[in-house]
Design a protein. Structure first.
Length: 201
């Protein structure tokens, strides 16, 4: 019985002593690669060359891991394929704010309408829109049936302009969430072309 008692006291003492920590002791990292990437990290870097986790990129200016953006870089959401034809007119082919309802937005579709573009738009529509809006745009997709409130392109939404449709895809409207981060800008305009064929069915 005394052996068990002394054993428990010894374990308790060792446990208490082991809980103390020196301010100079960083502790043990059991998986250091999870905390300190061996690859160049663009947002963080260890610049002290004597440090075990030094990871500054010697190939970049000032040993930075992230390069500065080139001058005149444009966000992809404002990219226009026609930029080189008429830079001043085409650089920002739509300027819309999230506060707008989308109804008064004026934007021009930079992609010329063609059978090939409409076919691409149909494929993209099937990937991103059909589950709510339905195959023929009547708002009768599998998800649309459950949630309701999805407009019929040939009905209530028949007169929506291409600008308004583009705005809705980009920023969302009512129960529809924004898809601007999921669909690149040129694909959004292709979907607009296809949706307009559903408006005229």
């Amino acid at each position: 019985m005394k052996i068990v008692k002394y054993t428990l006291l010894s374990i308790s003492f060792i446990g208490l002593v082991s809980c103390t920590k020196s301010v100079e002791d960083p502790g043990t990292e059991y998986a250091p690669a999870m905390y300190h990437s061996r690859a160049y990290e663009p947002l963080t870097q260890v610049t002290e060359e004597g440090n075990d986790y030094y990871n500054s990129n010697p190939n970049n200016p000032y040993k930075m891991n992230m390069r500065a953006l080139p001058k005149n870089t444009i966000k992809i959401s404002h990219f226009n394929a026609n930029y080189y034809k008429n830079p001043e007119a085409d650089l920002f082919f739509y300027k819309i704010s999230k506060d707008s309802t989308g109804a008064s937005v004026i934007a021009t579709n930079p992609i010329p309408k063609s059978e090939a573009v409409i076919a691409e738009g149909k494929e993209l529509y099937g990937r991103y829109c059909q589950h709510c809006h339905g195959e023929t745009g009547k708002g009768d997709g599998e998800v649309g049936k459950v949630f309701g409130g999805v407009p019929n392109y040939a009905g209530a939404a028949k007169d929506r302009s291409e600008s308004s449709i583009f705005y809705t895809i980009t920023y969302g409207r009512n129960r529809m969430g924004a898809h601007g981060s999921q669909i690149n800008v040129l694909d959004r305009w292709k979907i607009v072309h296809y949706v307009q064929t559903l408006q005229n069915q």
